[in-house]
Design a protein around this ligand. Structure first.
Ligand code: ZN
Ligand code: ZN
Length: 132
């Protein structure tokens, strides 16, 4: 399943919530966020972007949810517990946890492919081109 391609601009109040007092003030938080869910076509399904972690890796993280775009956009920033799903690989014994929030729509994170991320990874691998 491909990743949803929705992108939205964070409202100023959500950006403010990302800047913590101890954070370096010269590091501006990225105002654009990408939906991290697998493709979803139901208009009522909210897009969701991970904003920041909770106090511990297991704590609920802050997510930004939105529907629609332009003047029709509605949005909210809320903490959500993690999806409890885990993927256990029988050959290696590795366990992957779903990187999405609980009760998310579409597929778990390991079934979502990010075409852009794959492209970047490929460039890393073939970066040392023998041509030229
Ligand atoms: Zn989406
Ligand atoms: Zn999941």
């Amino acid at each position: 399943m491909l990743q949803c391609t929705a992108v939205t601009l964070l409202p100023p109040d959500a950006v403010l919530r990302l800047t913590t007092p101890e954070a370096d003030s010269s590091a501006d938080p990225e105002p654009y966020v990408l939906c991290e869910l697998g493709e979803h076509h139901d208009q009522r399904t909210e897009h969701a972007a991970y904003l920041r972690p909770g106090r511990t890796p297991d704590s609920p993280a802050l997510w930004f949810y939105w529907t629609g775009s332009g003047p029709q956009r509605t949005h909210r920033a809320e903490t959500a517990p993690w999806c409890p799903a885990v993927l256990r690989r029988l050959d290696s014994g590795l366990v992957r946890r779903c990187a999405l929030f609980d009760h998310h729509t579409a597929a778990h994170s390991w079934d979502v492919t990010d075409p852009l991320g794959d492209l970047i990874a490929e460039q890393f691998v073939s970066g040392d081109s023998p041509e030229g």
